[in-house]
Design a protein around this ligand. Structure first.
Ligand SMILES: [Zn+2]
Length: 213
């Protein structure tokens, strides 16, 4: 399965520099488990950063440093970075949850939607969301950024279709209405929002308040 939607490069570079907060670091690290292309970008950024430090602290760069760096990018992921779980929960997420994705306790939000609150710090919230096929999340805008990583299943909105590993960045100017794709498996997402969502119907607003969105 090919990942089609990636985090913006700035986010990958911030991740490589260790500059992201816990929730953003987790959603990016989890995307990396799905995406060789972004793993290569992050690895290169880390090497370049390390090389710059080496140059600043005047240690001579080995003549084959660049060749070795590039060779490492082609090497397979170390064993510890592979998902090890009974249901292929990506390792960073499994570490954070302390269990497999199939073992988390979902809170019902209507007949088709469920969620698991993970962290909330200031205006930044991270949660798992699960929608049955065909679930209509409801049209909403954003006061801040909304980052969504598909873990299983998929969804479609005005910006395209998203499957496992795909990463969506929704900025405050995007108003969208994600709908879980209609096959036999639920859509499960990891989502980070930097401010509460702005739902457009009264019912959604009430539900949003009730469930802390
Ligand atoms: Zn990627």
């Amino acid at each position: 399965m090919t990942v089609r939607h990636h985090p913006e490069e700035d986010l990958l570079l911030a991740h490589a520099a260790g500059a992201l907060d816990e929730s953003m670091a987790l959603i990016v690290a989890t995307h990396l488990c799905f995406c060789a292309q972004c793993r290569a970008t992050v690895a290169l950024a880390e090497k370049v950063g390390g090389t710059l430090l080496d140059v600043i602290a005047p240690a001579p760069l080995a003549p084959d440093a660049l060749a070795r760096t590039l060779a490492q990018l082609d090497a397979p992921m170390p064993e510890q970075a592979r998902p090890v779980s009974n249901d292929n929960t990506p390792l960073p997420l499994r570490r954070f949850l302390g269990r497999d994705l199939s073992q988390v306790g979902w809170r019902k939000m209507g007949p088709k939607l469920a969620y698991v609150p993970l962290t909330r710090r200031g205006g930044v919230s991270m949660r798992l969301l699960r929608g049955a096929p065909g679930t209509d999340v409801g049209r909403h805008g954003h006061k801040g950024m909304e980052y969504t990583l598909v873990l299983a299943g998929g969804f479609t909105d005005v910006t395209g279709s998203y499957g496992p590993g795909d990463f969506q960045t929704a900025s405050p100017d995007l108003r969208h209405n994600p709908i879980a794709d209609g096959d036999d498996s639920d859509c499960i997402n990891l989502a980070v929002t930097t401010a509460p969502l702005r739902f457009e119907s009264v019912v959604q607003k009430i539900v949003g308040k009730l469930f802390g969105f």
